[in-house]
Design a protein around this ligand. Structure first.
Ligand code: GDP
Length: 356
């Protein structure tokens, strides 16, 4: 095919006019408008506020803290459920079905995800597939993927702050999902009321990569994929897990963890699982553990945030940066003990503070 070059045509758009067009910037909302919008359940404002929380810019962080302050008195009225399990166990399928089950009962469900892979590597275990398609279009559901930047401590703080905003926006059920492969489940456990471990029948615990510690944290173990030829195996596994859980000491809550089976595909066992959550909430409200745990979680978060703030300030100091290299060298050459080194760095830090 022969392509004619053709003659250059004059532009049909007046360049002067283009020059004069002002791109309309989105109107920035005031703190009060944001708080009011969130309290009115405005999802687009809620999303904007969460983006502020996730931002690393100081200005955004300052605004986010102000929005949080306005929302905090309206938070807390929800059930916070943590869900963990290895990749492939069916977390997103289960949450989709559970979420739909709850929204049908007029509940408002927020799903937040903590994905340990997203801040360690660029890839993501939770985010790389289309997840919860049906739930994501449900007007009574809100799904927010993991904040991907920062340290695990930073992600914890941002997730907790996101929980507060979602509660202020009227979400009465908060589901925090994480992959059961790292430390993130301990972190999720520290911010939820109820911790659910999703498992499979027939694959040994070792194979499923579930550490004993995680089983000990669970308020319920739910065996998913109890369908087809798998039902018998699932029932058997239920008995085995029930027996295994009896060997653990009774947790502080006084609640004996239960084992349930379900199928996210066939939508069976879902109401039974939710009944367990409701029983647990009633039980722990009754013995005051619910409130005690929430208060101690708030305290723990405060102490963690304080440690993070102090450490960040410490490591950002130019003077410290200059000295730390030499001190590390001295430790390597056995000229200085690690403890002495830490002491001299902390002395240096306090002397810098005094001079300020
Ligand atoms: P996640 O990685 O833990 O979020 O797991 P997914 O929800 O993505 O599910 C992993 C695979 O298991 C997918 O192929 C699902 O279709 C399948 N799956 C999930 N739930 C069930 C179930 O209840 N029964 C069966 N047979 N398969 C399921």
């Amino acid at each position: 095919m022969k392509v004619q070059e053709g003659i250059e045509q004059p532009s049909s758009v007046n360049p002067e006019a283009v020059h004069n067009i002002r791109v309309k910037k989105p109107v920035a909302l005031s703190i009060q408008q944001m708080v009011d919008g969130i309290l009115a359940g405005n999802i687009s404002i809620l999303s904007k506020a969460i983006t502020l929380i996730e931002s690393t810019l100081n200005e955004h962080q300052h605004q986010a803290q102000e929005v949080l302050k306005g929302c905090l008195p309206h938070s807390g009225r929800s059930v916070r459920v943590g869900i963990t399990g290895v990749p492939g166990v069916g977390k997103s399928s289960f949450i989709e079905v559970l979420g739909k089950y709850l929204t049908k009962q007029n509940k408002k469900v927020a799903v937040l995800a903590i994905d340990p892979s997203s801040y360690r590597t660029k890839g993501s275990i939770l985010g790389d597939k289309t997840r919860m398609e049906e739930l994501s279009t449900d007007p009574n559901a809100f799904i927010r993927p993991s904040p991907s930047a920062g340290t695990l401590g930073g992600v914890a703080q941002k997730t907790w702050e996101t929980i507060i905003l979602c509660e202020a926006a009227g979400f009465d059920t908060i589901i925090v999902e994480t992959v059961g492969v790292g430390q993130s489940e301990t972190l999720v456990h520290s911010m939820v009321d109820f911790f659910l471990l999703l498992m499979l029948a027939g694959a040994g615990d070792e194979l499923q990569g579930i550490k004993r510690g995680i089983m000990e944290m669970a308020d319920a173990i739910v065996i998913n994929k109890a369908d087809g030829s798998n039902i018998t195996k699932a029932k058997q596994a239920r008995i085995e897990y029930q027996n295994a859980l009896h060997l653990y000491p009774t947790p502080e809550s006084g609640w004996v963890p239960s084992v349930a089976i379900c199928s996210a595909h066939e939508k069976t066992g879902i109401s039974e699982v939710w009944q367990v959550v409701e029983d647990y909430i009633a039980f722990t409200r009754n013995n005051n553990y619910f409130e005690t745990k929430r208060t101690s979680q708030d305290m723990q978060l405060m102490h963690q945030a304080l440690k993070d703030l102090l450490l960040t300030d410490f490591y950002q100091s130019d003077e410290i940066k200059k000295n730390i290299k030499q001190i590390e060298k001295d430790i390597r050459q056995k000229k200085l003990s690690s403890y002495k080194a830490a002491m001299s760095l902390s002395d240096l830090y306090y002397s810098i503070l005094k001079k300020q």
